[in-house]
Design a protein around this ligand. Structure first.
Ligand code: ADP
Length: 159
């Protein structure tokens, strides 16, 4: 069985993430969207909130599950018998970070491959950081995040 992990912060999930999830769900038997609990970052949404927001997007995708993990992605992959870590690639600026991380993961566990998927032309400019910036200044979030994420994001910005 071909199983992949798609790890990230997803703070919050955007239409760019959803595009990648939908596309990779066709290439693997099973995909786990893995929410990182890295303590190095200050998240706007809690892990549980991020998980709920992702789950609400996945209604019709039967081979996708959502989990969270506080540790190394390769260790999680080994634990669940996943052979592949998928990451999305937007602009050139993503490349160096992704290459470094893929090399580190290869060093930690050479049995697990990192595969990079190019962002679609209509969502390559979308990032969680960008949508939070737009939300902060009351810009339109339409087309950037799924409809159910919009009120949650606006609520967080008010609070
Ligand atoms: P991280 O904080 O680990 O970078 P993110 O939630 O920002 O996590 O992103 C998770 C993955 O999704 C990363 O590989 C990132 O490059 C990718 N990604 C984010 N936004 C997009 C997008 N608009 N199109 C394609 N891939 C994306």
């Amino acid at each position: 069985m071909k199983k992949a992990i798609y790890p990230g912060s997803f703070d919050p999930i955007t239409n760019g993430h959803i595009d990648i999830i939908k596309r990779i769900s066709k290439q693997f038997d099973e995909v786990v969207v893995l929410i990182s609990e890295s303590t190095q970052k200050n998240y706007l949404f809690s892990v549980i909130e991020r998980k709920n927001l992702i789950q609400q997007c996945l209604g019709d995708l039967k081979n996708i599950s959502v989990d969270h993990f506080n540790g190394l992605t390769v260790d999680y992959a080994k634990k669940v018998n996943a052979q592949v870590i998928v990451r999305g690639l937007r602009a050139v600026v993503d490349f160096e970070y992704e290459m470094t991380m893929a090399s580190m993961n290869k060093k930690l566990n050479s049995n697990i491959e990192t595969m990079l998927v190019f962002a679609s032309p209509e969502s390559y400019f979308i990032s969680s950081r960008g949508v939070k910036e737009v939300a902060k200044f009351n810009g339109s979030l339409e087309g950037l995040v799924p409809p159910h994420v919009i009120p949650q994001l606006q609520l967080k910005m008010k609070g």
